[in-house]
Design a protein around this ligand. Structure first.
Ligand code: ADP
Ligand code: MG
Length: 468
């Protein structure tokens, strides 16, 4: 019966989804009109219920008649590979075999079922938290610009999962210290709670790992790994934009962690309410805890940062130079540091003392030199990464909706951001003619006017283009 069900399912969903979510299922038994299937984890069960319950129900009824029912057996086995974690099923009252237990759950009840499982026995495990030791609270200068974020971060570090700041969302523009502060929290937690499993991961890396796990059929391991953490620090969550599948997975992981009192720390370039291209339900979770912003530091804080950096690097600069630099580079701490590094480099190269005159002539160069050319190659890469489509498809003949969209946006951006002719743009994107490019640009412009989500996508990509 199950194999005929599978046949129906296979015909109704994309091959990749079928392979990921249905191939690992085993049919256990058929008793009367109740078919019992075994799924590899609770997470699998939740996923099936959320995404495929309708299809499953229809299919089972088709095979077993109107009274047909499906029951799940959820099994979590000891991970057989040598990944640094295990997920054993806990004993839930009657269990003698801790490694392999299952529990039938009737289909379509998931909204009411409390998660009866906890992942036990993980405390002995070691996970490299992927933190950079150089980022600490001590070398994060406090100022009006970051006071709330810093003290919330400190509170979280003292009691991970135990404050109402969960998740803690740190947001602010480029180079204002989000990564520094988020990592400082992680380092502080490891220092004061060495047993806690902490993981730092950039959103981009997480997305990549997810894609890899789909490819390698290790999605279960991937999810288990993150769900086993006590603290997850995810950097730059605005990069989730457009990646709906990855957001879906993170939504599950987030819920699991949050429900079990684990700490989630996020950074983003915008406050949750302005994050375009993220699913509403994920955003609503992001708003649960505390969002604290990092603003541009004032002059005094900028000078303090420069002085501290000099002190740690063992360098000295005349006071008036520090002041001059801090005065003129006023929107971004990373640039502030960059300016100082260039100053030092110049002075060692030319064997000249850094005085105000040198600082002035150098800063001039530092502030301009930002008008590099953008290539179509680069646009194509950016757009494809954004929508999670393979780069080579854009130039192909395919008319798949998501590819066509990526292709049209790439053309549109090539027209507006490069000096290339329409003819050359068409040629670049798979040997198409200039009227195709005109049509693509028209389509994109129309969609920008009528579809808010689409507009947000395009703006987001444009911003990425400008930042590079
Ligand atoms: P973001 O992640 O917001 O883009 P980063 O955390 O990478 O920014 O910060 C850029 C640089 O500025 C880093 O080298 C960081 O150490 C430094 N920085 C930012 N804010 C501060 C601060 N308040 N005190 C000391 N250094 C800072
Ligand atoms: Mg950062």
């Amino acid at each position: 019966v199950w194999s005929s069900c599978l046949q129906i399912i296979k015909d109704n969903i994309p091959t990749q989804s079928y392979k990921t979510w249905f191939e690992p299922i085993k049919a256990l038994r058929l008793e009367g009109n109740v078919l019992t299937i075994q799924v590899p984890s609770l997470f699998f069960y939740e996923w099936l219920e959320e995404h495929y319950v309708g299809l499953l129900r229809k299919t089972v009824k088709k095979q077993l008649g109107e009274e047909g029912r499906l029951e799940y057996n959820i099994v979590v086995e000891k991970s057989s590979n040598n990944k640094p974690y295990t997920t054993n099923m806990p004993s839930n009252g009657n269990g003698s075999d801790a490694k392999r237990q299952s529990m039938p759950i009737p289909v379509a009840l998931n909204k009411d079922i409390k998660n009866p499982f906890v992942i036990p026995g993980l405390k002995k495990l070691q996970v490299d938290p992927q933190l950079n030791q150089n980022y600490s609270f001590e070398n994060f200068i406090e100022g009006d610009c970051n006071r709330l974020a810093r003290s919330a971060g400190f509170a979280v570090a003292g009691k991970p999962g135990g404050t109402s700041f969960n998740p803690l969302m740190l947001y602010g523009g480029v180079g204002l210290g989000k990564t520094h502060l988020a990592q400082a929290i992680g380092n502080e937690i490891k220092r004061s709670h060495p047993d806690k499993l902490v993981i730092y991961v950039s959103c981009e890396k997480f997305c990549q790992q997810f894609v890899d796990s789909l490819k390698n059929n290790t999605i279960n391991d991937f999810v288990n790994f993150y769900q086993a953490m006590d603290v997850i620090i995810m950097d730059d969550v605005h990069n989730f934009a457009g990646k709906e599948k990855t957001q879906d997975i993170f939504f599950h992981i987030f819920n699991h962690l949050h429900q079990s009192g684990k700490q989630v720390i996020l950074t983003s370039d915008k406050p949750p309410k302005d994050l375009a291209g993220l699913e509403e339900r994920l955003l609503s979770r992001f708003k649960w805890g505390l969002s604290a912003d990092l603003q541009v530091p004032d002059l005094e804080t900028r000078m303090a940062i420069l002085k501290m950096k000099m002190y740690t690097d063992g360098i000295e600069l005349p006071g008036e130079v520090i002041e001059y630099v801090a005065h003129n580079i006023d929107n971004n701490v990373r640039e502030l540091e960059g300016a100082m590094v260039s100053l030092l480099a110049q002075s060692t190269l030319n064997k000249k003392e850094i005085d105000l005159a040198l600082a002035k002539s150098m800063l001039k160069n530092f502030i301009k030199n930002t008008s590099k050319e953008i290539s179509m190659e680069y646009i194509q890469k950016l757009v494809c990464e954004y929508f999670e489509v393979p780069v080579e498809m854009v130039k192909s003949k395919t008319r798949k909706r998501e590819i066509v969209q990526a292709r049209q946006i790439s053309m549109y951006l090539s027209k507006s951001h490069t000096k290339t002719s329409l003819k050359s743009i068409g040629a670049f994107f798979g040997g198409r003619d200039h009227s195709t490019v005109i049509y693509a640009c028209q389509t994109v412009e129309d969609l920008i006017d009528t579809d808010k989500k689409f507009k947000a996508y395009v703006q987001d990509i444009q911003k990425k283009l400008k930042m590079s």
